[in-house]
Design a protein around this ligand. Structure first.
Ligand SMILES: Cc1cc2nc3c(=O)[nH]c(=O)nc-3n(C[C@H](O)[C@H](O)[C@H](O)COP(=O)(O)OP(=O)(O)OC[C@H]3O[C@@H](n4cnc5c(N)ncnc54)[C@H](O)[C@@H]3O)c2cc1C
Length: 398
């Protein structure tokens, strides 16, 4: 296959939307997807119900392409599960006849570079901008390479969980116990699997969802470790999203002692973990000293940050605080702060998406670095911003 001008990394919702934008622009693209099918990471949390309704989860482009193919387009106030998002939206989009041949599944992009140039060479010059990107691919048939003139990194964050130790580094013992620590949101559909005591670490939406589910299991004692001494659980006044509002209520109630078998430890840090036969001994630092808990399961839901090693050889300027691309991070922090309502975020402009590396963009959940306010709607707006100024410059990247 001759090189496509555009390489899209990841067939999640934002990668697929970007691919449709390329089709609309008449610019050939190739989508490289590590998983077996589209929406592989959404599939991993398929049992979770989104708190945003269909009307916020379907882009203008996706709606147009599915309608044109006479495929039903989900709409309305109902909030789908991740599995429903894949079955009713991402799967059908990926199967569109114009898109299907452009997606290479089970193909992981291991690294991206500028052909012929090292990271520190030709800083910001036209020579650098004109050099094609070279991609290292891990495929079912072994390693391969590809070229592209423009690269859109839409690889998400969910495969890269944060550590649970104090300050975000692994707690002593954490790495040795890695295979015993669950770092993605489980389904909790088999109560017996959760018999005994569960240590849950984290306070974001995934941790709150896990706490609500675990607190309802009759065979489970929940010890919930929360770093903030007085968590507000991300409460938003007059929250327009009922699913998010109810999750906050549930966490507030558990913290107030509503769970018969639940203890919420606020203002604590995980100091260390060590194996104790089939169990794990966890040392927590609290305001009044240290305490040790013996638990059967450890669930760490402390957030996710995208894989920056992928573009390590490129001139990407990351924010020193969030890890997001600098311009976008500065705009987000200035506009709303790290904990603000994701519905109230400003729509991104092309300049905010740019990095010093011409023709390389990070889009989707990964573009938010450590900020957890990303919404699908935001990602679709990023694609709008990228393609809004006409398509010539996209093709010129080739
Ligand atoms: C539990 C959970 C609930 C959420 N709920 C909501 C919600 O209610 N509303 C909302 O708007 N947002 C929600 N989000 C946030 C966000 O919208 C989703 O994470 C969304 O899936 C992000 O889309 P994406 O396309 O950026 O990334 P992803 O969906 O993560 O897709 C990335 C794709 O890239 C692939 N990939 C990864 N690495 C590589 C590589 N090196 N090479 C090739 N392919 C690769 C993956 O397999 C995956 O298919 C939620 C997130 C989580 C985790």
């Amino acid at each position: 296959m001759s090189p496509s001008p555009v390489a899209i990394l990841g067939a999640g919702p934002i990668g697929l939307d970007a691919a449709l934008a390329c089709l609309d622009a008449g610019v050939p693209c190739t989508v490289y997807e590590a998983g077996e099918s589209a929406g592989a990471q959404v599939r991993a949390w398929g049992h979770v119900r989104l708190f945003t309704p269909w009307d916020l989860n379907v882009s203008r482009r996706i709606r147009g392409h599915l309608s044109a193919a006479d495929h039903p387009v989900p709409y309305g106030d109902a909030c789908p599960t991740g599995a429903e998002l894949v079955a009713n939206l991402l799967g059908p989009v990926a199967e569109l006849p114009a898109l299907r041949p452009r997606i290479r599944y089970r193909t992981r992009v291991a690294a991206v570079a500028r052909g012929g140039l090292l990271k520190h060479e030709q800083i910001g010059t036209g020579t650098r901008a004109a050099a094609p990107f070279t991609l290292l691919l891990d495929t079912p048939d072994g390693e391969d390479t590809a070229e592209a003139g423009l690269v859109l990194d839409c690889t998400g964050t969910y495969a890269h969980p944060n550590a649970l130790g104090d300050g975000g580094i692994p707690a002593p013992g954490e790495r040795a116990l890695d295979d015993r620590i669950i770092r993605t949101l489980p389904a909790f559909d088999d109560p017996d699997r959760w018999a005994g005591t569960v240590l849950l670490v984290g306070a974001g939406k995934s941790a709150q969802t896990a706490a609500r589910e675990l607190a309802a299991l009759p065979v489970t004692r929940l010890e919930w470790a929360v770093r903030d001494p007085r968590p507000d659980w991300g409460a938003i006044p007059d929250d327009a999203l009922p699913g998010r509002r109810e999750l906050v209520y549930s966490s507030q109630a558990l913290a107030a002692g509503a769970g018969a078998r639940t203890t919420v430890h606020t203002g604590v840090r995980v100091r260390a973990l060590r194996p104790d036969g089939d169990r794990v001994l966890v040392r927590l630092a609290t305001a009044v000293g240290e305490r040790e808990l013996s638990v059967d399961h450890v669930v760490s839901l402390t957030g996710y940050t995208g894989d920056a090693t992928l573009y390590r050889q490129l001139q990407v300027h990351e924010c020193y605080a969030t890890g997001a691309p600098m311009n976008l991070s500065a705009a987000l922090l200035a506009a709303s702060g790290a904990g603000a309502d994701c519905l109230a975020q400003p729509a991104p402009g092309l300049d905010q998406l740019r990095t010093p590396e011409a023709h390389f963009f990070i889009l989707g959940a990964k573009s938010y670095g450590r900020l957890n306010t990303f919404l699908l709607r935001t990602g679709y707006e990023q694609v709008d911003a990228l393609f809004a100024g006409g398509y010539e410059w996209v093709a010129e990247g080739a």
